[in-house]
Design a protein around this ligand. Sequence first.
Ligand code: DGJ
Length: 715
Amino acid sequence: MSYIIQLVQGYPAHIYWGKRLNRQGNLSDILVRVERCSFSPNPVPEDKTISLDTLPQEYPQYGTSDFRHPAYQLQLEDGTRITELLYQTHRIIEGKPELEGLPAVYAESGQEAQTLELELVDAHSGVTVILSYTVFEAFNAVARSVRFVNTGKQPVSLLRALSASVDFPDDQYESLYLSGAWAKERHIQRRALRPGSTVIESRRGSSSHQQNPFMALLRPDTNEERGEVYGFSLVYSGNFVAEAEVDQFATTRVSIGINPFDFKWLLSPGESFQTPEAVMVYSDEGLGGMSRTYHKLYRTRLCRGFHRDKDRPILVNNWEATYFDFNADKIEDIATEAAQLGIELFVLDDGWFGKRDSDNSSLGDWYEDSRKLPNGLNDLAQRVNNLGLQFGLWVEPEMVSPDSDLYRSHPDWCLHVPGRRRTTARDQLILDYSRAEVREYIFESLSQVFHSVPVTYVKWDMNRNMTEIGSAFYGPERQMEVAHRYILGLYELMGKLVDAFPHILFESCSGGGGRFDPGMLFYMPQTWTSDDTDSVERLKIQYGTSMVYPISSMGAHVSAVPNHQVGRMTSLATRGDVAMSGNFGYELDLTQLTPEEKELVKQQVSSYKEVRQLIQNGELYRLKSPYEGTGNETAWMFVSEDQTEAVVYYFRVLAEPNEPLRRLKLSGLNPEVEYHVDKLGASFNGDRLTHIGLPLKPVQEDFVSECYRIKAVKN
Ligand code: DGJ
């Protein structure tokens, strides 16, 4: 791709982003400059072709002739809100510098990426703003962020500090974004742009179940395989905004960053503020192309650490098996079954600490409940290890229960506003992670558990959103910083923990997928996708999530029927195929299965081990969308990078009488190569599988799935 910036009278103008242009051509006359326009003022008196209202810009300002949404706004000490950023200097750096205190994609060598830092200055206040752009050798992506440095003499306040803004020259686009609610996260929304704004945002203190920090612009005829798409993904876990604004001249401004709602940041002379990073992806190979770029970039250059490239273990989690009602023997029984079935990791979920018999107590008291575990947590972990399984543990370290020793000792350690009610949700309050002593306490208590128990996996949960956002630590002038300071504190603590315990595989969770975002993936390479484990509901959730997030990041478990969220009865085979399309595991009482079911689980576990590499690291091709038509069919496939192997999953929700004769066209295969399809016991050329497809059998049952394994025939 090409991304072109031009300086126009010192203003950094955005000239082009899209398919790669021939570098030899003259690029300086791309910008259309006409003398217009009523009600669009001209900041350079001698050049009436310039109005910031019509100039496409890299980082639009407020109050000097642009009436669209600005990317930033500063308030100076005298109360004024006008600044004017003009080019000062620039530099090009090999590789990619880290972002101070924030998660970001990275380069492993200077050859992989280059970073342009464009330095702008507001002469009046002396504030310097550095726009950073990283381009990658291997990805059609630009990572953008902004650093504000108060190089002036007076304090200033940031009222708005977005990470990226792009002005597109027309409005013939649709927006696509991922919305939902608890247990139905990241459902795809797609709609045409109209004059005015399409805005998605979170004001909940976390990225949220309701909206995901991602928006794409695509041409109306763009589909999975063809057409242009521009993706904007924010590497941030707190309040965000993403907006597409169509203006009076039918141009479109897309911007993304920290939500300016309830945000203000005081910047004293000498201080700096780093925005989160926006990762912008261009694809002219449709949505599939965009997703594959995000998947590989995030899997290999956002996720980090020991587990980044490792096979993720098949786990069994006891939450839906026992909820809070368990003891060591019950856990050992489940683990014993798990070991016999080939499962690799047992995860002890909520309820092992304090006096936690329900969700109304003990968060903050991170020591074992000796009523449930009389011989201790370490003893239980050893018993699980002796069965040949790894041991994993649930924690919810950002929370405190009013009924806890921690809260009784430190009632001001939670987010709160003096004199106001402390609103609880799930009977809990949120610890004030903007305070170093709170983070230190949690680091120490968790470290003690992780040192004394052989834990190799941790599920890090977070089960409510912020109310009464305030901190007892900060003065009145910094209260509007608290929501962002919380996220910075969270990042600092997670960073410290993953450094201290590099062997632990961390999975993040927020009532399922309430904080499934790139910021969390920088610390924890996998996320519990949703509390909804019903295989039909999961089709939409996993399909939507796969727009941006790699398969290796998406936890997907087989649970019991009737399903605990929707009461639906589906077959174990279908539940298995849906869960195997992600980071696989079980979430049910294995001791309750019939011998036939156990046999099937054993087969599922062993076949997932065979295809795990392919699913977790392969290229995803979405073949049929649960969002199209009646949503009755969904299909996707995973293809190895060398195109020698693939696995295809096809799902049918409801059976139909007298059903049409159907075929499933595949994608991502080499047209020249002959492939053997296991279920059909026959071989076909890649082009035939792509253009004619696999014949699908009529079904006489609801909720069915088919899996096909495909291998290149060696000649
Ligand atoms: C919410 C999570 O999403 C569930 O998987 C489970 O861990 C519960 N919390 C435990 O309280």
